[in-house]
Design a protein around this ligand. Sequence first.
Ligand code: COI
Length: 363
Amino acid sequence: MQGELKIEKAVQHKPKPDTANLSFGVYMTDHMFTMDYKKGEGWHDAKIVPYGPIPMDPAAKVFHYGQTIFEGMKAYVGEDGNIRLFRPEKNFERFNRSCRRMSIPEIDETFVLESLKELIKLDRSWVPSEPGTSLYIRPFAIATENHLGANPSLQYKMMIILSPVGAYYAEGLNPVRIHVETRDVRAVAGGVGEAKTAGNYAASMQAQENAYGAGYSQVLWLDGVHRQYVEEVGSMNVFFRIGDQIVTPSLSGSILNGITRDSAIHMLRDFGYDVEERPITIDELCGCAEDGTLLEAFGTGTAAVVSPIGEIGWNGKTFKIGSGETGEWTRRLYDELTALQRGDLEDRFGWTQIICSAQTTKG
Ligand code: COI
């Protein structure tokens, strides 16, 4: 297996960005984690090294057949000055589920999580502390064998890079307009919709561009068979408040099993709200918008956190959700989830892990 983690510290440190204007995924920290795999040898050569480009052969399978998977998770600094991870073991469990679906060899989840903690400790001065900011963590694996045959690679690289981030969507907690996609589909049951693999995101970009062009910020995806059942919005899971109940599409095999989705369901139930996971059609949803019972809608995701939806566009008609403003239940979920993640609210679910204390010196 991978053996001991080696650490090579950066001699030069990069200038840090202005944490008041971070946006998403622009800046990378000083170090990264890498580990290699070779058939017969397994995962080996695990190390933390200075952040930088990696040499790749143009024939590497990832470039041709998309054999790659990734995760998204975050570290936060709270009022107590500690850096916390939020349910990181769930991300590495899902990492391995995605690996299995994409014929990538599984990693040792405990070893990689411990390595991530070392990486965060080393780059602790990069974790931003302003409200709405966090350290985004991107673990990923790519097929690196140089061979044009369309079969599973015999070699892989797994890496973790870190990026201090602000809000994923420019709108922040202001409601977005979403467009129901009726031509393209994101995924089908039996396909790879449940895996966090690059192709799912590449396949959604054309519809995303079209939605932007029509004045919308996000795409609402329908199922690929009946073109009726609501699946996800943008790269988030989606929730609707209909009267006094919250409804979210049940996991169908083509929907991402979101960790923020699962956390939102637990928290909303803990607030005393009635949450139902079930199939929901676009006809039902727009009918509820018309009769005034669709009161709130929001997406959930690691990058986007909780993102309110104010309006749905479908087949040339627009449907307003509630007053079009961020709903009361949506705001409560956002406030309590983010406070819990930062450690500013008691963690009654046991979801957070303290990694180390933050070090805010600018370098
Ligand atoms: C995440 O929410 O972490 C994701 O991986 C979605 C990605 C489009 C940023």
